[in-house]
Design a protein around this ligand. Structure first.
Ligand code: CAA
Ligand code: NAD
Length: 284
């Protein structure tokens, strides 16, 4: 099956990057969110990224921006997904919201369409069960920042077909990414390993082991991480981190995944990291 028309639902941290890589690969993209100002902000971010990458590659930024704008349409109407060959959902990390979107997509999209989720941790089998096409539901877990990160973690649900998996492996490679398979267990591979580190950094801060700056500096200089764990949590979004930890805790049943109370309190205070201007660090 040839995938030409793609939909992306959710234009937040991840959705805008996913829409960008699809459009930059020449696909026809519809990007959907709940309000036009969110979509306008996402499009501005995409344009900034595309221009920057063009400049770095010695290409004309204005031409790159024009190519990009010709490929992306934004909408607040989920019905615009009706004619898509592939839809990637990248909304908040909440099972109830994802299930209701997949139910609606299943009812409106053509039988051949593949429905993918960019979920960080939620079961693809459970999301697939909200549809009548669980064979065509798959996890396509891009990493943040999407335009720069090579990995796409590919998660098969219990009923995902070989044909769907191979179409998504091929599509990920066509985007210039490296797909790597993981089985459908809570948090898959990337977040099962990453989130306990971020959570432990939050506990270290809460217990006064070191300041946020020093925890990050120690992990950057001492372990050669490109960002310290608290800066990375700000980059991901503290709400996303807590949602993933809750899925790990509930799904694996081990208290070692319990979200640090400081992390949860910061989310309750609206300090979500870069997207709200303040998390463990402040952003102008
Ligand atoms: N588009 C285009 N260019 C971008 C960009 C984007 N979206 N984001 C950053 N850049 C550019 C910067 O502008 C900068 O360009 P210059 O060299 O011209 O200055 C360049 O990339 C490097 O950026 P910075 O100098 O700001 O910082 P850096 O060298 O630390 O690189 C980074 C940035 C690539 C994000 C790097 O810090 C990094 O790899 N961090 C870790 C990212 C990571 O771990 N991601 C996974 C998160 S977990 C996840 O995604 C899964 C989940 O479910 C939660
Ligand atoms: P975000 O909070 O930045 O953005 C979520 C977007 O979804 C918001 O713009 C919101 O308005 C929109 N939205 C919510 N309900 C919607 C609906 N019913 N219809 C359309 N849009 C809706 O979140 P994010 O960080 O981009 O995360 C999105 C998904 O990607 C989550 O499942 C998350 O776990 C996953 N993920 C996040 C990261 C990361 O680093 N942040 C990395 C990989 C995967």
């Amino acid at each position: 099956m040839s995938i030409q028309k793609v939909g992306v639902i959710g234009a937040g941290t991840m959705g805008n990057g996913i829409a960008q890589v699809f459009a930059s690969s020449g696909l026809d993209v519809v990007l959907c969110d709940t309000a036009q100002p969110i979509l306008d902000k996402a499009l501005a971010k995409i344009v900034g990224s595309v221009r920057k990458l063009a400049e770095k590659g010695g290409k004309d930024p204005a031409a790159a921006e024009a190519d990009l704008r010709a490929k992306i349409r934004t909408t607040t109407d989920l019905e615009s997904m009706r004619d898509r060959d592939l839809v990637v959902e990248a909304v908040v990390e909440r099972l109830d919201v994802k299930k209701s979107i997949f139910e609606r997509l299943d009812a409106m999209c053509a039988p051949h369409a593949i429905l993918a989720s960019n979920t960080s941790s939620i079961s693809i089998t459970v999301i697939g069960a909200a549809t009548k096409r669980p064979d065509r539901v798959i996890g396509m877990h891009f990493m943040n920042p999407v335009p720069l990160m090579k990995l796409v973690e590919i998660i098969r649900g219990h009923l995902t077909s070989d044909a769907t998996t191979s179409a998504i492996l091929d599509m990920s490679k066509a985007l210039g990414k490296t797909p790597v398979p993981a089985n459908d267990y809570p948090g898959f591979v990337a977040n099962r390993i990453l989130m306990p580190m971020i959570n432990e950094a939050a506990f270290a801060l809460m217990e006064g082991v070191a300041t946020a700056q020093d925890i990050d500096e120690i992990m950057k200089l001492g372990c050669n991480h490109p960002m310290g764990p608290l800066a990375l949590a700000d980059f991901i979004g503290l709400d996303v981190c807590v949602a993933i930890l809750d899925v790990l805790h509930e799904g694996l049943g081990d208290d070692k995944y319990r979200a640090c109370p400081l992390l949860r309190r910061m989310v309750n205070a609206g300090l979500l990291g870069r997207k709200t201007g303040r998390g463990f660090h402040s952003y102008a």
